[in-house]
Structures are given as structure tokens and as C-alpha cells.
Design a protein around this ligand. Structure first.
Ligand SMILES: [Zn+2]
Length: 472
């Protein structure tokens, strides 16, 4: 009964989208209780500086918890899990169980990258706006996602909606730094461990061109493994007036020359082939043809060689490793006692870090080179897109931008999603934001979100969740 009433409401809003002129419905969207609540949450969370070291994440988690409680979520369904100076927030939206399926997780992170007042044109920890954008740290990454998910839970709860299975918010508190809260959520939180899949608010989304036309909607379905190696050559050194054939800098340079020449073998999956098929068609021209040829037959070397020349696409065809830093020698008049290079690799899902290290060791053709891995590498599998999820995303996206292509892609790495994938929970990132990639200032100065993207995206998660959890 309550569900039916809710659905009526949704149908009306979808109808409004299709018949009114843009400015009229944009204005009417701003006046809904859902829009007002979303803006209030957005403003409040942006004004809590949840930067690593400031200990403010628990305050933000408590605020979100209080909003959810006020909307009708019970105490036992809300859990703030402290972790050092930060915290995670887990909220269960209890379903009626009629789907007989495990829970769905919704991911976001409450922390943000540091932002210094003196560097910004506007105060970073205050929500400000002009006629086109909202400004502030986290307006995109990821307080926008947190806001949309929280507001959607509140909206659905208040409308009396009961999903046919449990849905959880799982918000981490240090995604931008150590990801300890993420690991805790992904590996050590029993109520989340049985989830069938997760939807992440922290990546994916629609691309607009300069004139505001939708180009594509991207679903992040995989992340490459990020790992850096330090390669060091040591030498006894000596006086530079007495050069010898053995020399740490020359040896390291030769090793790097070999790495430069080396091409990792082509890799692909159903997802990357579909990516090239769809984006190749859109791209057109000679490059588009190469993309489609690769999609058709990834063993087509002419096609893969062509894609390797494109910095935007090479990473989708194979593992890449590239020299990024150097340090060597200790005095201009001494033979170097050591030379060290940093080589950063983005490893194709399914390939082990060890395998890449072994390959590099062979490639450099010098057994005296020491290899050290910097930090931890988290290997995560591809989450091949599944039909029900893609259909729900399609419905939400096409409500705003009919006919826009929906393309699953692989990211070079860096969201909470990789830990959930590693834990065996397929994860797709599907932000509601549509924007021009050139407007993206996440992590940088003057982070912003088009105001239009905020209001137009208000139904995104509602449509997706109700599609996936609608009782029959
Ligand atoms: Zn983020």
C-alpha cells in the first residue's frame, strides 16, 4: 500500500521530467522536500572538514545518523564504527525479505582530501555557489555521493517504501588515505559480507561535452592494480677522474631503456571489449575503427598497436609500467654509489603483482638490480556488468538523457570498490553526476559541481534502488 503510493509519486516526477521545459522542472525540483533535504545535508557535510588528522569524520557520521533516525531508521539499524580518529557508518534499510536475496550495498566515503584556505578562491569548507556551480571540498568527491545516498534513504523511508531485500549504506572514513575503514567494511563487517553486489557513488557518471550534450554514461566495473617498484643499482663508487665500465647510473639507464622498449601482452575481458565496441562506434574515424577492430578480435595486433599509442586507451588493453622518478649519485665529482628509479605499474585485473615483478626482472637483463615494492598492492577482479543492474542504471540515466550510451569501464585505480571486489562482492560505481570532464576539480583547487547536476540527479538513486528492490 505504502509502496504503491510511493510509486505514484515517482511516476509523477518522471512524467514531469519529460513534459516540462528544462528550466521549469529544474525550478520545481528545487522546491521538493527531497531536494531541500538533500541540499541541507550537502551544505552541512561540506562544512564539516573531514580531512585526515582533524578527527571530524565521527561528527559527520553522527550527523548523518541523526538525520536517518529522524526519518524513521531505528537505532539498531545504524552503526557508527570508530577507527582511530575516523569512523565508518553502516545503515541497514530493512527489507521485507520477499526477494529472498542477499543485501545490496551502497558505498561512499565521508573523508575528503585536504584543502587550504589560502590556496582557494573561496573557503573550501563552506558550500558556496554562483549561477552555475556549487563550490567546496567534497562537492564531487565524495560528499555529493554521500548526500545523494543518504537523502534517497530518507526519501524512501518517509514515503513508507519497503524494499524486497535489505539495503545497506556502507560509508568509509579514510578512503583518501589509508583505507583502513574500507578494509574493515569489506573484510570484517559480518552484516555486509553476504552482499550480492555493491553500488559505489564515488566514480562513474555521465560525460557532457562543452555545449552540455550527453556523450556517454560510464559505469566503473573494474580498477587496475596500482603498484610502484623501486629499482636500485649499487656500486662501490670512486673518484670521477677514474671512470670504470661499471657505473650505477649507466646500468640503471640501460635497465630503464629495456623497460621503455617492453610491451606487456594484450589483455581483455568481455567488459573491455564491450567498452571498445561502444566507444569505437562513437569515436568514429581511424581510431574508432581500431577500437572496433580490437573489440572484434583482441588478437588483431594492428589494432592493439594503434591503441597502444593513445594514452587514454593503452591502459585498457594491457598492464603498463613506466618510470616516474629518479635519484642517483651523491657528488658531482664522484662515481655514483647508487642509482634508484621508481617504476609505477597499473596492472590489468587478473594479473598478479608477482608476475609483473618477475617480468620486469627479466626485462631489465641485469641480476644486480634490487627490486622493492612500495606499499601494498590490492589486486581486485573485474566486476562483469550484470543485466539487472545495468537495466536499472539505464532506466535512471535515460530518464534524464534518453538514448545516451551506457559503457562499463576500467579505472586506473583508487576507490573503495577495489576492496569490495577483492572481498568477492562485485561492485559498480554509478555516480549520478553528469558533467564535462574538464570541469572536474576533484582533489584539486576550487572543487565544484554543476548545480544542474545536483538537481537533475535527485531521482537517480531512487529509480535504481526501486528497480532493484521493488516488491512484486
Ligand atoms: Zn573519492
Amino acid at each position: 500500500m505504502k509502496t504503491a503510493r510511493y510509486l505514484g509519486l515517482l511516476v509523477v516526477s518522471t512524467f514531469t521530467l519529460s513534459v516540462c521545459s528544462l528550466s521549469v522542472w529544474a525550478q520545481s525540483l528545487k522546491d521538493t522536500p527531497h531536494a531541500k533535504k538533500a541540499l541541507e545535508i550537502y551544505k552541512t557535510v561540506i562544512e564539516i572538514p573531514t580531512v585526515a588528522g582533524r578527527g571530524k569524520v565521527p561528527e559527520m557520521a553522527a550527523y548523518l545518523a541523526s538525520e536517518l533516525k529522524a526519518a524513521g531508521f531505528s537505532d539498531e539499524d545504524i552503526r557508527i564504527i570508530p577507527s582511530g580518529e575516523t569512523a565508518s557508518l553502516v545503515v541497514r534499510y530493512p527489507g521485507d525479505g520477499s526477494a529472498n536475496k542477499p543485501p545490496i550495498l551502497l558505498l561512499g566515503h565521508m573523508d575528503v582530501v585536504e584543502a587550504l584556505d589560502k590556496d582557494w578562491e573561496r573557503p573550501p569548507f563552506k558550500l558556496t555557489q554562483d549561477d552555475k556551480y556549487f563550490y567546496g571540498r567534497g562537492t564531487i568527491d565524495n560528499k555529493f555521493g554521500i548526500t545523494m545516498l543518504t537523502a534517497t534513504f530518507i526519501r524512501l523511508k518517509k514515503a513508507g517504501y519497503v524494499p524486497n531485500r535489505d539495503v545497506f549504506l556502507a560509508f568509509s572514513g579514510d578512503e583518501e588515505t589509508g583505507m583502513e575503514t574500507t578494509k574493515m567494511l569489506a573484510y570484517h563487517t559480518p552484516e555486509l559480507a553476504t552482499a550480492e553486489f555493491a553500488l559505489n557513488s564515488d566514480a562513474g557518471g555521465g560525460d557532457l561535452d562543452e555545449s552540455g550534450h550527453a556523450v556517454a554514461y560510464l559505469v566503473q566495473a573494474a580498477e587496475k592494480t596500482y603498484v610502484s617498484f623501486e629499482l636500485t643499482v649499487r656500486n662501490k663508487g670512486g673518484h670521477s677522474s677514474r671512470p670504470r665500465a661499471d657505473n650505477a647510473i649507466y646500468e640503471l639507464s640501460e635497465a630503464l631503456g629495456h623497460i621503455k622498449q617492453y610491451h606487456f601482452p594484450v589483455r581483455y575481458s568481455d567488459m573491455t571489449r564491450a567498452f571498445f565496441a561502444t566507444s569505437g562506434k562513437q569515436m568514429g574515424g581511424e581510431l574508432g575503427a581500431a577500437m572496433m577492430a580490437f573489440a572484434d578480435n583482441p588478437n588483431n595486433q594492428q589494432a592493439s598497436d594503434r591503441l597502444e599509442q593513445e594514452s587514454s586507451f593503452v591502459g585498457t588493453t594491457r598492464t603498463t609500467c613506466v618510470a616516474t622518478m629518479l635519484r642517483a649519485g651523491h657528488a658531482e665529482n664522484a662515481l655514483p654509489q647508487s642509482a634508484t628509479a621508481t617504476v609505477n605499474c597499473r596492472i590489468f585485473p587478473g594479473v598478479k603483482v608477482k608476475e609483473v615483478e618477475d617480468t620486469l626482472r627479466k626485462v631489465v637483463k641485469n641480476d644486480n638490480i634490487e627490486f622493492v615494492i612500495l606499499g601494498d598492492a590490492d589486486e581486485s577482479p573485474i566486476s562483469e556488468p550484470r543485466e539487472d543492474v545495468m537495466a536499472a542504471v539505464k532506466k535512471a540515466v535515460h530518464a534524464r538523457y534518453p538514448d545516451v550510451e551506457i559503457i562499463a569501464y576500467m579505472e586506473s585505480g583508487g576507490t573503495d570498490g577495489k576492496h569490495f571486489r577483492k572481498a568477492g562482492i562485485p561492485t559498480w560505481a554509478i555516480s549520478s553526476a553528469f558533467m564535462n570532464p574538464d570541469e572536474m576539480f576533484a582533489h584539486g583547487l576550487n572543487e565544484r559541481l554543476p548545480i544542474k547536476a545536483f538537481y537533475e540527479g535527485l531521482d537517480h538513486w531512487t529509480i535504481i534502488l526501486t528497480e532493484l528492490t521493488q516488491p512484486q
